[in-house]
Design a protein around this ligand. Structure first.
Ligand code: NDP
Length: 281
């Protein structure tokens, strides 16, 4: 079975749309601040894609594009302006930034209640401790897919391959919250296949084309492939889809899987930011 992301995104978008229409009828429009610094082509494309997607969903967008020569202070000024603007509910700083901008220091200047991609230390701490805060969008997308397709998690053996702060670690914690038994694997894991062979569910977040093949997986496993890799000009996942298909019970395609859901999760977090500030809505 193919776990397509579009069905998941559409279901979430429908709920979000109802909420935004209800707010609009009260004259409330939520603004997303998108921060782009420099000339990185991929970041520019993503900024315009996000702007279009957020606007078509019913959000207002303030896109700040600073030149590659912008100083750290100039970039921080934009963040601080949004921190103080009541109508801005979410801020998205796009990477990469030019070398003179200290990414980590910049992120920490972002008001945690507007940090819709769960980047600040405060959000990471709150979310990990189960005390609110925003989870990053990609782990949320993985969870939304598992939930949408009614994949049971309690008591299941889950292997997460990759331990990054934005994908592997947070998705492992989210799975733990759902009572899965979670193993985190990484580049120093001694025998990846031995772990994968006993996994009911695999989350692959490595960033290496086809690092996981069908013969490494357990029969009937559910595979969520987060990886986005270029292989001979083709976008492929971390899992070799062709060889996995005859082994697994269900798998997300790449493209068309996790990536199709992450943007919707980001937009949902803007609404959540509004909701957190207006508990009576
Ligand atoms: P990182 O490079 O930050 O992390 C990769 C992880 O994979 C590391 O923990 C690394 O281990 C581990 N790893 C590397 N090689 C191996 C190996 N041979 N065996 C086991 N583990 C290995 O990547 P991200 O987490 O940021 O992204 C992962 C992938 O997900 C990328 O392809 C990225 O493009 C994609 N992505 C997709 C998104 C989506 O919306 N679909 C959004 C975000 C990312 P170690 O820690 O030891 O170095």
């Amino acid at each position: 079975m193919e776990l397509r992301g579009k069905a998941v995104a559409d279901a979430h978008k429908a709920v979000l749309n109802e909420r935004l229409v209800a707010l609009e009828s009260k004259g409330i429009v939520l603004t997303l601040g998108i921060l782009l610094v420099g000339d990185d082509k991929a970041a520019q494309m993503y900024a315009h894609f996000m702007e279009k997607t957020a606007k078509s969903a019913g959000f207002a967008v303030d896109l700040a594009h600073l030149p590659a020569s912008a100083s750290f202070d100039e970039v921080v000024q934009v963040i601080e302006r949004w921190n103080k603007t009541d109508t801005v509910y979410g801020v998205l700083p796009l990477m990469p930034m030019p070398p003179q901008i200290d990414r980590d220091a910049l992120i920490e200047r972002l008001a945690p209640e507007k940090d819709i991609d769960g980047l600040t230390s405060k959000n990471i701490g709150l979310a990990s401790a189960g005390k609110g805060g925003f989870w990053p969008c990609t782990p949320r997308a993985c969870m939304a897919i598992l939930e949408h397709y009614h994949i049971p998690l309690a008591g299941k053996e889950v292997v997460v391959v990759g331990r990054s702060q934005v994908v592997g670690k947070p998705v492992a914690l989210l799975l733990l919250e759902k009572h899965a038994t979670v193993t985190l694997c990484h580049s120093k894991t001694a025998d990846l296949t031995a772990h994968l062979k006993r996994a009911d569910i695999v989350i692959a977040a490595v960033g290496r084309a086809h690092v996981i093949t069908g013969d490494m997986l357990k029969k009937g496993a559910v595979v969520i492939d987060v990886g986005i890799n270029d292989l001979d000009g083709k976008t492929v996942g971390d899992v070799d889809y062709e060889s996995a298909l005859s082994v697994v019970g269900a798998i997300t395609p790449v493209p068309g899987g996790v990536g199709s859901v992450t943007t919707t999760m980001l937009l949902e977090n803007i609404y959540e930011a509004y909701h957190a500030r207006n508990v009576d809505c």
